[in-house]
Design a protein around this ligand. Structure first.
Ligand SMILES: [Zn+2]
Length: 129
């Protein structure tokens, strides 16, 4: 796990695959309507259901590429499957996620959503001028 999420952000931005992810208009609207707090509750459910066990079902394919802003955030931050968590975040495969690791993943997803949410808000306000 990264101690410094700025360092993680910096590394993610160096990956052409990770940095290309954006919220589409439907995701953005959903985020605006539900709010970040509700989305992070969903993130917590996805993590518990799809990532937390030692050997998650369909590991590597358990996170859809679209359909929920959190899915997009997971691919963008390499928190989508246990291989990506191992490779990018040094969270070992083959054992259940600890509470600490789950909290860390939520923080990473929150960072990405906040970043994209604020750039979204600034775009909206620019359009209103
Ligand atoms: Zn993955």
């Amino acid at each position: 796990m990264y101690q410094d999420l700025n360092q993680l952000w910096y590394n993610l931005q160096k990956s052409p695959f990770r940095r290309k992810f954006r919220l589409n208009s439907k995701d953005s609207l959903y985020l605006q309507q539900k709010g970040l707090h509700i989305l992070l509750i969903h993130a917590n459910e996805f993590i518990n259901k799809r990532l937390a066990s030692a050997y998650p079902v369909n590991d590597g394919k358990q996170t859809p590429m679209r359909g929920h802003p959190v899915f997009v955030a997971q691919h963008a931050t390499a928190t989508c499957c246990r291989s990506c968590l191992a490779k990018w975040h040094h969270i070992a495969k083959g054992q259940p996620l600890s509470e600490q690791e789950k909290t860390y993943i939520i923080r990473v997803i929150k960072m990405w959503l906040l970043n994209h949410y604020s750039s979204l808000l600034s775009t909206t306000s620019k359009n209103n001028v």
